[in-house]
Design a protein. Structure first.
Length: 250
């Protein structure tokens, strides 16, 4: 069973997941976020995805905090592009002694997810307002070029900052956020042609190609199948200004 709540850390979501035996869980889909995770006595990090992520092995319980797009690198001290499409031990990023201390603290906590939240609150850096404005604009369907102009950022500067913050360039981020807008609309029962138009695609065929490229599945399969838990996190409603919902196995 998956549960989540808004975090005291702005834009983040605290979640827990105890897997069920129900079949048909979806892979984790790209959504622009990164997660700090706890499972089996281990602290891990899920980097930003550019493709659907499948996790093997038996189902296990997870706790995590899903961080607002672009905020995890400052907390972790690692550029997002170094973690793109990866799941890594926190001990690979931080000193092993520090991670052992933190692991003991979380293992002793009555609620590991709340302990992860405290860790994130302690380590979080002040938000980059320009990057938050970028995420807000792209999540709402604004064009990359126009948004960059409004932020006073040149194309190269924006691309460099996006790689460090999100793990990929602003155009890829815009496509991923558009994908999540489309999924949210389709899961509300909006016809696929209308979903494509409202999400900002040229037509339904354009939507279908993007869905297939990022997920390896069809839109119908994503709508029909049960969202599963994440190993970066778990099912989640992405904390984006657009209010789009994304559920997947990270």
């Amino acid at each position: 069973m998956y549960e989540e709540r808004a975090s005291r850390l702005a834009g983040a979501v605290v979640w827990t997941n105890t897997p069920s035996a129900a079949p048909g869980a979806l892979p984790v889909l790209p959504d622009g976020c990164m997660d700090l995770l706890w499972s089996g006595g281990r602290l891990l990090v899920a980097g930003p995805d550019t493709r659907a992520h499948l996790l093997g092995g038996p189902p296990v319980s997870w706790a995590g905090i899903r961080l607002f797009p672009g905020t995890a690198p400052a907390l972790l001290g690692v550029p997002a592009h170094e973690l793109r499409d990866r799941r890594v031990e926190l001990a690979d990023l931080w000193p092993a002694a520090e991670v052992r201390r933190l692991s003991g603290r979380i293992a002793a906590a009555a609620h590991p997810a709340a302990a992860l939240e405290e860790l994130a609150l302690e380590r979080a850096a002040p938000p980059d307002r320009a990057l938050r404005r970028l995420v807000t604009a792209l999540a709402a369907g604004r064009a990359v070029a126009g948004t960059a102009d409004e932020l006073g950022l040149g194309a190269r500067q924006l691309h460099r900052r996006s790689l460090a913050a999100f793990g990929y360039g602003p155009k890829t981020l815009a496509r991923i956020l558009r994908l999540q807008r489309a999924l949210a609309l389709a899961r509300q029962g909006i016809p696929y042609a209308d979903t494509a138009d409202r999400a900002g695609y040229a037509d339904q065929s354009h939507l279908s190609r993007d869905i297939r490229e990022f997920t390896g599945l069809t839109l119908g399969a994503l709508v029909r199948r049960r969202p599963g838990y994440r190993a970066s996190g778990a099912n989640r409603s992405t904390p984006l200004p657009s209010g789009s919902s994304t559920t997947a196995y990270r």
